[in-house]
Design a protein around this ligand. Structure first.
Ligand code: ASP
Length: 439
């Protein structure tokens, strides 16, 4: 039988009404067997996500402040859901356990995980599905990184004999049993892990939009929906700020070749976006799939005459960054210049030290740190086969009166990345979209 794994995001499960929509979707196809869930998200614009309330509770408790009001707010969110769904669930016992934890161990990840944990237990009771706790099968190593192979084996063992199950997203446990979470939005990763572990035919990711858009709708009015996108394109766009799908969630399903379908819980008949290994040949070729931008980068430019013939110059420069645990994003070079582009937050606390070491070890003619840069990525497999894409990008940006500070084309010709000043980021995205994507 076909097996579909579903993941529902926070807005899709923010209230009993939303949970009923999710249940209708699950029941409409018997292949929809395993369900990963987020904590209840925002019911409307002014609302607060349960995960944020849990973090607030933890901060208050760790500062010895009263957390009663926030914990009561969290309990009320779940109590409303339980009453409206009419499920038999001992919420008081669960809230008492959370209170005891806050008063004794007060671990941040444990607290953050309780939104997914409680939501999954309630939804499992409502659907009549077994509840599977990822604390027993999603394994992080001692450094807090996911152990993908042990996790795959354990999740498979936990699920293969169950006809269906509900699994909380977002967390797992360290080898000693301490709860550990993924980064925010990490329930997408849990869904992908489950899809791989049960060799699903499809991973459906149910959210509040009808798929991915070719650009941020806050920047480009009514951007085109992406029907099909490859795993690699998706990763490039997610990494650069397109927020529909967690950037790390691609790996487990990509490895197993399982397609992902991004769908809208509020419009279940919309086809959404299919994320696949390679784009179907029947589709009309298009050069650019999407555009995304990210702010907060610094360019460290090093100039030195005859750099091109100085053996080991680049290695020494990059080693200085590596020694400080700083990973770099891009490294464009000229004959006598080399720049290292890094995310701002990477340099927290070590910026001056790095600059000092560059001066001492490389004796540059000039050393300039340029702040407030944004990177804009234009992504699409079709670029490798289309002439003039780069020319169109550069003319769009120059016609908008924007200065390009750096250009980088990935070796797979999957993307062209330009750096512009942060203040020009939105305008650059809009101009490139209008030139290259508007049909
Ligand atoms: N609840 C977590 C968050 O708000 C994880 C998730 O929803 O995927 O980030």
């Amino acid at each position: 039988m076909e097996t579909i794994v579903l993941k529902f995001g926070g807005t899709s499960l923010a209230s009993a009404q939303q949970i009923c929509k999710a249940a209708d979707i699950i029941h409409s196809n018997p292949a929809r067997r395993y369900v990963a869930v987020s904590a209840p998200g925002k019911r409307d614009r002014g609302d607060i996500k349960v995960t944020d309330l849990l973090y607030q509770c933890h901060t208050l408790a760790s500062e010895q402040e009263s957390f009663d009001a926030v914990l009561t707010q969290i309990a009320a969110r779940f109590s409303d859901i339980i009453t409206a769904l009419g499920v038999d669930f001992d919420l008081d016992a669960e809230i008492a356990a959370i209170r005891t934890h806050l008063e004794t161990k007060c671990e941040k990840a444990y607290m953050a995980s309780r939104g997914e944990y409680l939501n999954a237990k309630i939804i499992a009771a409502y659907l009549g599905f077994p509840f599977v706790d990822p604390a027993d099968c999603v394994v992080f190593d001692d450094t807090g990184a996911l152990d993908p192979e042990i996790t795959n084996t354990k999740v498979h063992e936990a699920l293969w004999q169950l006809p269906n199950a509900v699994i909380p997203g977002f967390y797992g446990a360290l080898p000693d049993g301490t709860i550990c979470t993924f980064s925010r939005g990490g329930s997408d990763v849990t869904g992908a892990i489950v899809a791989r572990a049960v060799s699903a035919n499809l991973y459906e990711n149910w959210t509040d939009v009808s798929g991915m858009l070719a650009a941020d709708p806050g920047i480009v009015p009514s951007p085109r929906r992406i029907d099909y996108i490859s795993y690699q394109e998706l990763r490039e766009l997610s990494y650069m700020g397109s927020s529909v799908f967690h950037e790390d969630a691609v790996f487990p399903v990509q490895r197993a070749g399982i397609p992902i379908n991004i769908r809208n819980t509020n419009r279940p008949s919309d086809p959404g976006t299919m994320i696949v290994a390679s784009l179907p040949r029947i589709l009309p070729p298009r050069a650019v799939t999407g555009i995304a931008g990210r702010k907060g980068f610094v360019s460290i430019q090093v100039e030195k005459a005859l750099m091109n013939s100085a053996v080991g110059f680049g290695a020494t420069l990059l080693k200085i960054f590596a020694d400080h645990g700083v990973s770099f994003e891009h490294c464009p070079t000229g004959i006598d210049t080399m720049s290292v582009i890094v995310a701002n937050e990477q340099l927290n606390g070590c910026r001056e030290q790095i600059l000092q070491e560059i001066r001492e070890q490389l004796h540059p003619d000039a050393l300039i740190a340029e702040d407030h840069l944004a990177l804009v990525a234009v992504v699409g497999h079709g670029m490798a086969y289309s002439k003039g894409v780069a020319a169109s990008i550069f003319s769009a940006v120059s016609e908008a009166g924007i200065n390009i500070r750096m250009i980088d084309q990935g070796s797979s010709e999957l993307n062209i990345i330009i750096a512009v000043e942060e203040k020009d980021c939105e305008n650059a995205i809009r101009s490139i979209y209008q030139k290259l994507i508007t049909d």
